[in-house]
Ligand binder design. Structure first.
Ligand code: SAM
Length: 258
């Protein structure tokens, strides 16, 4: 890949933009098998409530499509082991379809195995691809989601433009991402937990403290919600808004293609 001289954050390190993806891929290759268990342990199960809030906002039709109408189609970017896709398909009626795109074959392999166990391999499609250059035509999805993925993508602006491009007119983009704690007193506790407990858990459960140190550091480097909302507007989204959850630990961003 040609060198542009641009730099990117990889956690607290700075490196050439072109090198970031390979480093991110190493992280998720290393943690893929224990990824879902670690999410439960690290968040005390809270990630389920955050993801449920996203699924409620996606609002897939519960009674399936009207006769002759096309089924509801979700695209979940950086969808990893498929958590969001499973939840949307289970919340929606018959006919709801989901496509999971992720750049990491190991994360997708876990997702495919989970789909097969649940008998959902015809309903959810797993595609290896880069959120910055999606292998899909324009305007083919009713909703595009990305959960805890966007901060790992080197060219965030390019991924937002792609999300907008593949959305149908009237479709909604939802992005769940860690944010900035806004409750006095919670910050010190959250920092202690993030920088001490999470890497130790990562070492004990996934055998990789460094990967979880990166995940924690990358949260601190992600833009504040107002700045991310501005990036969404620049990509073309309308009615952009965000909602903080759990004292600002997480924010749910929303925008529409109108
Ligand atoms: C923290 S995981 C989130 C997985 C899933 N969305 C969830 O909420 O459980 C981040 C995912 O982003 C993926 N990822 C990183 N860079 C990407 C890119 N450029 N395009 C697509 N996926 C990417 C990683 O492979 C990883 O599976």
């Amino acid at each position: 890949m040609p060198r542009t001289g641009e730099m990117a954050d990889f956690g607290f390190q700075r490196l050439p933009l072109e090198d970031k993806q390979a480093r991110v891929d190493d992280v998720f290759r290393s943690v893929a098998r224990r990824y879902d268990l670690m999410n439960d342990l690290m968040s005390g199960g809270l990630h389920r409530a955050w993801k449920n809030a996203l699924v409620t906002a996606v609002d897939p039709p519960r009674h399936g499509p009207a006769v002759g109408a096309r089924p509801f189609a979700l695209l979940d970017l950086a969808g990893g082991t498929g958590d969001i896709a499973f939840r949307v398909v289970e919340a929606g009626g018959a006919g709801t379809r989901a496509t999971v795109v992720d750049i990491n074959a190991d994360m997708l392999a876990v997702g495919r195995a989970r789909a097969a166990e649940r008998g959902l391999d015809d309903t959810i499609t797993f595609v290896e691809g880069n959120a910055e250059a999606l292998p899909f035509p324009d305007r083919c999805y009713d909703a595009v989601t990305i959960a805890f993925g966007i901060r790992n993508v080197p060219r965030v602006a390019a991924a937002l433009v792609e999300a907008y491009r593949v959305l149908r007119i009237g479709g909604r983009f939802l992005c769940l991402e860690f944010s900035q704690v806004d409750v006095p007193g919670l910050e010190a506790l959250y920092d202690f937990y993030s920088f001490n407990v999470i890497p130790a858990l990562g070492r004990a459960v996934a055998g990789d403290a460094q990967a979880y140190r990166y995940l924690v550091e990358s949260i601190r480097r992600f833009p504040p919600p107002q700045a991310f909302a501005e990036m969404m507007r620049t990509a073309g989204f309308a009615r952009v808004s965000f909602q903080r959850m759990s004292g600002g630990i997480v924010a749910l961003h929303s925008g529409w293609r109108l």
